[in-house]
Design a protein around this ligand. Structure first.
Ligand SMILES: *Cc1c(COP(=O)(O)O)cnc(C)c1O
Length: 394
């Protein structure tokens, strides 16, 4: 008997949404199917599984019960049809781009300020496999919409960090629909708690599970979700690209998801407080956070997001020297890349995530040497503010 009623609230789904733990006398926590292979049974059973006439597991790269549980939870959290889980967010982007570009003649359209790893990936696909790629400046709305309307497929990220710029989902989809252009949205920074791209009828949502969804900075993974459902071709692409996740890491994400709603409420609340606090400091030239009324796209924020999320960046009036000194003085906030974990993190993009760019390209992209990015964690807000305060003091 199924115990869990579908269509419950978001937090309830995070706690009770794991399908196989909702039948009588099942373990309340899912089991970890730590195996590479499955018994095929008789030759007739094997024939049925291989021919696809009967559902069944064969080999964990093709499918695994623990991974399948996670896929179902994630598809429901995003309000999509079906999901595939990958070994990293980058593998998810590769899978989604491959699926979306199949049979398409135009270029893959993306923007210059997309996540650095995705930027490098599409650059490599273009150099090595001659994938046609068009890079657009996302702040030039008209150029973006024109490129979308004649694209093979679109890969976009909103908000994109570190400057927390937004891309208009409604306008992008309207332009894409005219030419049947598949649109992939990287929802890693916003998370399904704060933004549901399927409400705007995008085709694919991708995530790095390594960030908020797992939330504990202890695994690397990704996922891609299709709005309506996966074709056998989509599943074949996922299987043959090979970037599948193992059962133990999938289990860690299921475990992390239990507290996802609770964590996001705190990330959202604390990041907004920190953004307001920083905006009032004399050392700070500018704070980039979508929920601040001073954000240049505040009305777009209200249209497509419910909260600003846990990530923000700010610029020092005194530039690089002040930013370096600030990072070196922090005691609680950890100097590390990534985002979305329990612990507050700090990086200076010019010297870390964006160091591959020339200083001229960085300047054009708006990444100043005095820019600092903060991922606000779940420590007590007073402790976070006290650490920021002592590090800012001159
Ligand atoms: C981290 C990240 C990725 C890549 O994910 P990995 O798990 O590191 O491969 C993709 N997009 C965004 C927005 C990210 O923050």
């Amino acid at each position: 008997m199924k115990l869990y009623p579908p269509k419950t609230g978001f937090a309830t789904h995070c706690i009770h949404g794991c399908p196989d733990t909702n039948v009588t006398n099942s373990p309340v926590q899912p089991s970890i199917a730590q195996t590479s292979i499955f018994r095929l049974g008789s030759s007739a059973d094997a024939e049925a599984i291989f021919s696809g006439s009967k559902a069944g597991y064969v080999y964990s790269r093709f499918g695994n019960p623990t991974v399948a549980e996670l896929a179902q939870m994630i598809a429901e959290l995003e309000g999509g049809g079906e999901a595939l889980i990958t070994s990293s967010g980058t593998a998810a982007v590769l899978c989604a781009v491959t699926a979306a570009m199949e049979g398409r003649s135009g270029p893959l359209v993306t923007h210059r300020d997309i996540y650095g790893g995705s930027f490098e990936l599409v650059g490599m696909l273009s150099d090595i496999y001659r994938l046609p790629v068009e890079l657009v400046d996302s702040t030039d709305n008209e150029a973006w919409i024109r490129a979308v309307s004649r694209a093979g497929a679109v890969l976009l990220e909103t908000p994109c960090n570190p400057l927390m710029r937004l891309i208009d989902l409604e306008r992008t989809i309207a332009a894409a629909k005219a030419g049947n252009v598949p649109v992939i949205v990287d929802n890693t920074v916003a998370t399904p708690f704060n933004q549901q791209p399927f409400d705007f009828e995008v085709d694919w949502v991708v995530h790095s599970l390594s960030k908020y969804l797992n939330g504990h900075s202890d695994m690397i993974g990704g996922c891609l979700i299709h709005r309506t459902g996966l074709s056998s071709r989509h599943r074949a692409i996922h299987k043959n690209l090979g970037g599948t996740v193992n059962a133990l890491d999938a289990w860690l994400v299921i475990r992390g998801l239990r507290t996802f709603a609770l964590r996001m409420e705190t990330h959202n609340r604390q990041a907004l407080s920190v953004a307001n606090w920083l905006a009032a400091r004399p050392e700070v030239a500018q704070v980039h956070y979508p929920e601040l009324p001073s954000h240049p796209q505040a009305s777009l924020f209200r249209k497509q997001m419910t909260h600003g999320g846990g990530l923000l960046s700010f610029e020092f009036k005194r530039g690089e020297t002040a930013a370096v000194q600030f990072i070196d003085r922090l005691r609680l906030i950890v100097h590390a890349v990534s985002l979305g974990g329990l612990e507050s993190l700090v990086v200076r993009p010019a010297s870390s995530t964006h160091r591959g760019m020339s200083s001229e390209t960085r300047r054009l992209a708006g990444i100043s040497d005095g820019l600092v990015r903060l991922s606000i964690g779940l420590e007590n807000l007073d402790d976070i503010l006290a650490d920021l305060d002592q590090a800012l003091a001159t």
